[in-house]
Design a protein. Sequence first.
Length: 320
Amino acid sequence: MALDFTRGPAAVDNLLATTLHEQKDQFTEQWVENNVVLKFLEKESKELIDGGVSIIEPLEYDDNGTVGWVGRTSTVPVTENEFLTHARFAWATIAGALVLNDHDMADNMGKNQIISLSEAKLKNLMRTMDDQLERAILDASTADANTIWTLYDIVDSANPTLGSLGDISRSTYTWWSATEASSGAMATQGLEDIRTYEATVSRSMSDRPNLHVTTQAMYLAYQARHTPLERFTDRKVGDQEFDSLAFAKKPVVFSFAAQSGTWLGLNTKYLRFRINKNMNFQQQPWVRGKGEQFKSAIVQTRCQLTVTRPKSMFKLTSLS
């Protein structure tokens, strides 16, 4: 612990000896980004689950091959077909620790406490978890089996580096693949590709992506395509730019964690942010080692990002 400054005549004059500092009772964080994708998934796709070894998503992957037009003497096939299966997703756990020193806690009490140190530490940990979740959701690839699936593996045409998504191989079952394409400059090709592939995955425009995620650079490039379409309605104030952007009335957002030169067209109807309700930012009991002058507790969240229809989403790469 560091003292605020050295006392004594050389450091403290009449004013400092008689006047307190004005300090607010709330910290302003300096490091948190806007975890926009996590917030959207928590609003649209969050689902609490009461335990379970893993998460099973039931899938219908084929039609009935016996259906067809027949004449009065035709024979209708009676072959039984396989059309149902499961995708399986393992849980992932994110955790962090709280540590409270006895000396610090004794000092951070009573009339001299401006802000609760223990509450500040808990808020800091929870902000850090949210930040790490956003980074993991938009990582270039899923780091390992202990990590939540990234959207860049879910919205892909090939198997992830880590292995088959949901235990289903995309090289064998192409219906489990998303649409992926290499694009180009937003000014000449990017917008046209967004339009093309949004239509491609939308089931004849009846089931369209409802969230578009990109980088700040591509967001601004997309915004630049709109600038010539601006119209001023206030003759007194020349207000440039739009408050927000959309594509087909669906939000376009950028995240600090999005991968360079990419654009994701997501349909959150088929994405689920599953959280085990028995370990949802769960703080475990405080523990203290023999002779130690501090106590610690871990906070855990058990979760996973699952998908039921990747082909309803698209990914563009190499945007500029």
